[in-house]
Every structure is written in structure tokens, then in C-alpha cells.
Design a protein around this ligand. Structure first.
Ligand code: URA
Length: 210
């Protein structure tokens, strides 16, 4: 049932004309991963290779993300990966407020349909968007990264753990340790089998990988 709803959502995304980015994109990039998904990673915006292929995080940032996931024993196919906006901004410029607002409904629907137990917004803009979705005040990424936030939803408790964007460590090498530490914190959460408060098995690495 969720699969069908996600297919409908993806069709809405790839045919979207709600903002100017639809005029310059080659492909919209809805995201990919298991449905439903216990772990949801949210980046900022597709880049060149994502635009060419319609798949999220397959360029340089994608290679870094895969390395970070692998450092905590996860493969990308085990998690859902998307971005707050689904179309590439020209020259990879920072998404504008109205573009983020136009796309917000798609991320809202993804969060509802995927019903994740852990959401990992990557970078400042994704963190702001996710916190705003749940009505939580978002601090600067430099203060909130790697920390664990809990929110109650009608479908159960969700853990949010914002991290630096994987591209941050290629643009700013001194951040590398912090980015790996952020992911270690996700790993610790999984090791501990952080309970979601739902009547589902504890969220641990094994259950994610099953
Ligand atoms: N960076 C993002 O935030 N999203 C992508 O899909 C690729 C790079």
C-alpha cells in the first residue's frame, strides 16, 4: 500500500512544475530506498550526476555518504536517501527559500509514507526543513550536529539526528572528524537499539539490515 502511494508520489515529483527548477532540470530526483524505511537520510539538493540520472547521492557527495554509512556498518540500499528539494539548482547554487517551500509537501509526504524511526537531516538547510516539519526550533548546524532529538508523532516516536552534510568534509577537510563522529553517533543509536516507542522490535543494526 505504501509502495503504491510512493509510486504516485514519485510520479508527482517527476512531473512537478511548481517552481523554476522544473525548467532547467534534466531529471527530478525523488529519492530511493526501502519502503517503509526505518532510517531516512535527507540531503540538500541534487547535483549534476543526480540530475543526469534521477538518482540521489551518486556523485562525489554520494561516495562520501557511502563511506560514512559503511563506517557504521550500513549499506546505502538499507536506508532511504532523498533531499529537501528534488531538482538540481543551476550551477549547484544554494536552493532558494521559495524553491524549498514549493518542494516541502513532497518531503512531508515521504516522511509520512516511509514512517521512519530515525531521520538524519544532512546539513543546515535539511535540518531546518526537518525541524520545521515537526514544529521544533532548529539551532545552528554547528551546535545541533550529532545530537539526538525526539519527537512524538501520531505514528510513534521519531528520533532526529542532524549531521553535517557529507560534502562539508570535502569542502572543509577539518570537518572530517566531526562528520565521522556524527555518523558514529548514529551507529551508537543503532547499537543501543534505541526504542521508537512503537510496538515494533527495537531498532538495531541487525533489524535495519534484515
Ligand atoms: N547532495 C545532496 O544533498 N543531494 C543529492 O542528491 C546529491 C548531493
Amino acid at each position: 500500500m505504501e509502495q503504491e502511494a510512493v509510486r504516485t508520489l514519485n510520479r508527482d515529483i517527476v512531473t512537478c512544475t511548481l517552481c523554476r527548477l522544473s525548467l532547467t532540470r534534466i531529471n527530478a530526483v525523488p529519492g530511493e530506498g526501502p519502503v517503509p524505511s526505518r532510517l531516512l537520510f535527507i540531503g540538500e539538493a541534487p547535483g549534476r550526476y543526480e540530475d543526469l540520472t534521477g538518482r540521489p547521492f551518486i556523485g562525489r557527495a554520494g561516495a562520501v555518504l557511502e563511506e560514512l554509512l559503511s563506517s557504521i556498518g550500513l549499506e546505502r540500499s538499507c536506508v532511504f536517501i532523498t533531499s529537501i528539494i528534488k531538482c538540481r539548482p543551476p550551477e549547484n547554487r544554494i536552493p532558494r527559500k521559495d524553491e524549498i517551500a514549493a518542494c516541502a509537501g513532497y518531503l512531508d509526504r515521504q516522511i509520512d509514507l516511509l514512517s521512519p524511526e530515525i531521520i538524519v537531516p544532512m546539513g543546515r538547510l535539511a535540518s531546518e526543513q526537518v525541524f520545521s516539519h515537526f514544529g521544533i526550533t532548529c539551532g545552528p548546524i554547528g551546535s545541533i550536529h550529532g545530537k539526538v532529538f525526539h519527537t512524538e508523532t501520531p505514528r510513534g516516536r521519531i528520533v532526529i539526528i542532524p549531521v553535517y552534510h557529507p560534502a562539508a568534509m570535502t569542502h572543509n577537510p577539518p570537518l572530517k572528524d566531526a562528520v565521522f563522529q556524527d555518523f558514529r553517533n548514529i551507529g551508537t543509536l543503532l547499537e543501543r537499539g534505541e526504542r521508537s516507542g512503537r510496538n515494533t522490535p527495537g531498532l538495531d543494526k541487525r533489524s535495519i539490515l534484515e
